[in-house]
Design a protein around this ligand. Sequence first.
Ligand code: DX5
Ligand code: ZN
Length: 221
Amino acid sequence: MREGSDRKRTIAPSILSADFSRLGAEVEAVEAAGCDWIHIDVMDGHFVPQITVGPGIVRAVRKVTRLPLDVHLMVEEPSRQIEGFAAAGADIVAVHQEACPALSEVLEAIRAAGAKPAVAINPETALAKIEGVLDQVDMVVVMSVNPGRAGQDFIESAIEKIAGLAKLRRERGGHWLIEVDGGIKPENARKVAEAGADVLVAGSAVFGSRDYAETIRALRS
Ligand code: DX5
Ligand code: ZN
C-alpha cells in the first residue's frame, strides 16, 4: 500500500518565513489561501543559534486565526515553556527528543497542559530513540533539515525515516500523525507524502512564493 495516497494531506506553513512586520495579515493570507495549520518555530538561541518567538506571538497569531497552531519548540529544557505556550493557544506542542532526557514526562506535561504532544527528531537521530514514546504522542515530526533556519535543502534520508514510521504505525495500529519539516516544496511534496507523511511544513516555499494559494495547492496535489 502506498502511504499517504488515501489520506488528507495537511499543509502547515511556517511563519518563520513570513513578513513579521505584517504577521497578522500574513497568517490571514495563508488561511485564505487554503492552508490547514499554522506552524510556529520557536528557537531559543541555545538548542539552535537563532532566537525567534515566544508565547506572546502565539497569542497574537491565535487572535487572527481559528486554524490549529502547531508549535515547534527548538529549545533546551522545553518543560519550562510548555504551560506558557499551551496557555497562549498552542494546539500542538512539539519538543525535540534531543532536548529531553525525560521525554515521556515532558510529553505527559504537554497533554496535562491541554495541548497535543508531539516529538521531533533531528536528521541524525534514529527512530529507535522515540519508539518507546510513540503510544504517547499525537504526532512525530521528522526533521528533513537540521533545525535552526528556513530555506535549507531537504535531506533525503528523511524519506526512509518517514517510511519506517509509517511501517511502525501499521504494525502497531498507531494513530500518530507524521509531519515532515524542512526543505519541502511542490517538487518533493509527493515523494514525502507517498512515504507516509500526513503533515507537510513549508516555510520559504509558501511565504517566498508570489501566489500562496497556488503553492499550497501544488503542495497538496
Ligand atoms: C527549521 C524549522 C522549519 C523551517 C521550515 O528549523 O523547524 O519549520 O522553518 O522552513 P523551510 O520550509 O524554508 O525549510
Ligand atoms: Zn519547524
